[in-house]
Design a protein around this ligand. Structure first.
Ligand code: C5P
Length: 235
């Protein structure tokens, strides 16, 4: 799958999401969408089916983390929804990630991309040390979790755009970096900390940028999306 801009559809209901997407009817480069826990728990598999019917690619961001057998079975269900990308927590271990991959792979051998969350960008080194009893640095943890994901056969990891180079160094150029934390050079950061703009994210090595509020809260979301596409993909 080629590099792309993914819009984070962080809406509380299917109605809000569909009303937002109606604005994109005439957009030349059809958006790739991320559906997270909020919208999925509110609107269920139906919203995924509806968006697939409308021709959107879907990254279902549910961050699974459970015993291997449960994750395997859950992934089989998600694979049948025909989504394009799903994820797990690398903290669930290599065995859990292998089980996820197995559950996701369809009888004909096809499957959605499977990526892992390393350390959440909201987790500080201090919290890792004091609460999780992890003494390694955050960068070493991210590199190790990314290597575990690669060993399990996954396609890439979610990380800050500033960590994309670190991930590529640890796992090779083909291992994908999916990066939230994107802001235009001239816009506000909101609650994001480790951010960069679309063009710089591409330079550092992002394969997919995940962009929420800079598009969803923009006065003109389509113009903001087109700007992301143009800065990130050079289109
Ligand atoms: O609005 P904003 O561009 O900050 O949205 C970023 C999206 O990426 C949100 O859906 C957020 O939950 C998600 N995300 C993130 N940082 C992570 C993992 C996911 O911002 N480490």
């Amino acid at each position: 799958m080629n590099k792309d801009v993914i819009i984070a559809c962080d809406f509380a209901s299917a109605e809000d999401c569909l009303a937002f997407l109606d604005k994109f009817k005439d957009v030349e480069h059809k958006p790739f969408l991320k559906i997270g826990m909020e919208l999925y728990y509110a609107a269920g598999p139906e919203i995924v089916k509806e968006l697939k019917k409308r021709g959107f690619k879907i990254f279902l961001d549910l961050k699974l983390h459970d015993i291997p057998n449960t994750v395997k079975k859950a992934m089989k269900v998600l694979s049948n929804l025909d989504v394009d990308m799903v994820n797990v927590h690398a903290a669930g271990t290599i065995e859990m990630m292998r089980a996820a991959l197995e559950g996701l792979t369809r009888e004909d051998g096809t499957r959605p991309l499977l990526i892992a969350v390393t350390q959440l960008t909201s987790t500080s080194e201090k919290a890792m040390r004091e609460q999780l009893l992890i003494d390694a640095s955050i960068n070493d943890t991210i590199a190790k979790y990314a290597q575990n994901a690669k060993e399990a056969g996954l396609d890439g990891v979610v990380c800050s755009p500033l960590e994309a180079a670190l991930v590529k160094e640890a796992c090779g150029p083909d291992f994908k970096a999916i990066t939230p934390g994107i802001r235009f050079a001239d816009s506000k950061a909101d609650d994001q900390v480790r951010i960069t703009d679309p063009a710089r994210a591409r330079e550092i090595g992002s394969d997919f940028i995940v962009v929420g509020r800079p598009i969803t809260a923009a006065a003109d979301p389509v113009a903001a999306y087109n700007r992301c596409v143009s800065e990130f993909l050079g289109k």
